[in-house]
Write a protein that binds this ligand. Structure first.
Ligand SMILES: [Zn+2]
Length: 197
């Protein structure tokens, strides 16, 4: 996954962090910075909020610093809480990943059959452990990706064959219905972004 590039320019002087949400929502493309679930899966942005990467209690000067704020689902936000690794942890490479600085795919892989995380680095292992990235709902969601991708490929191939031979109105109807199904599957696939590859 390419790192997230912040493009929004919130006006200066904002002190209420909740006012950053609409800018973060765009910069993070409506995905949680940690688990990468899309808003679409929860059908509402109310399940998402503003997360302080470096926690408020330990870094009070960064409370309203836009670069320290992430778009985050409420579950990850409450799991992460005020946690920050110790200096010893950081010195040993045990740190939390920042999607604006780290390419997650360099640190984390996924077993496509089980949906569980396969850490590639110490930082990835530490991060996934502290964020509980193998919690049940995430494992189930990630395990659905491979079969979904398989169905999309099968449907694309089927449509290619049928479109070439579609003659009667009934044929055309079949093609249209399959295309609608393919569109739905592709939309579901897009929810994964390019994060969990
Ligand atoms: Zn999350």
């Amino acid at each position: 996954m390419a790192k997230i590039k912040r493009k929004q320019k919130p006006p200066a002087g904002i002190t209420d962090c909740r006012r950053f949400k609409k800018y973060l929502r765009l910069d993070f493309d409506r995905h949680c910075a940690y688990c990468h679930q899309a808003e679409d899966l929860h059908l509402t942005h109310h399940y998402f909020g503003v997360e302080h990467f470096k926690p408020r209690s330990k870094f009070p000067k960064l409370i309203a610093q836009y670069n320290n704020l992430f778009y985050c689902c409420n579950r990850c936000n409450s799991i992460k809480g005020e946690f920050w690794p110790s200096r010893g942890d950081i010195a040993a490479g045990r740190r939390l990943l920042d999607p604006c600085r780290d390419d997650y795919t360099e640190h984390l892989g996924v077993n496509p059959e089980t949906g569980t995380i396969v850490p590639k680095t110490d930082a990835g292992k530490f991060f996934a452990g502290h964020l509980y990235l193998d919690r049940e709902e995430l494992v189930v969601w990630r395990a659905r990706k491979a079969p979904l991708l398989e169905r999309v490929r099968t449907l694309e191939e089927l449509l290619r064959q049928l479109e070439a031979d579609a003659v009667t109105p009934a044929d055309v109807k079949v093609v249209e219905t399959l295309q609608d199904t393919l569109d739905e599957f592709e939309a579901a696939l897009a929810d994964y972004g390019d994060f969990w590859v």
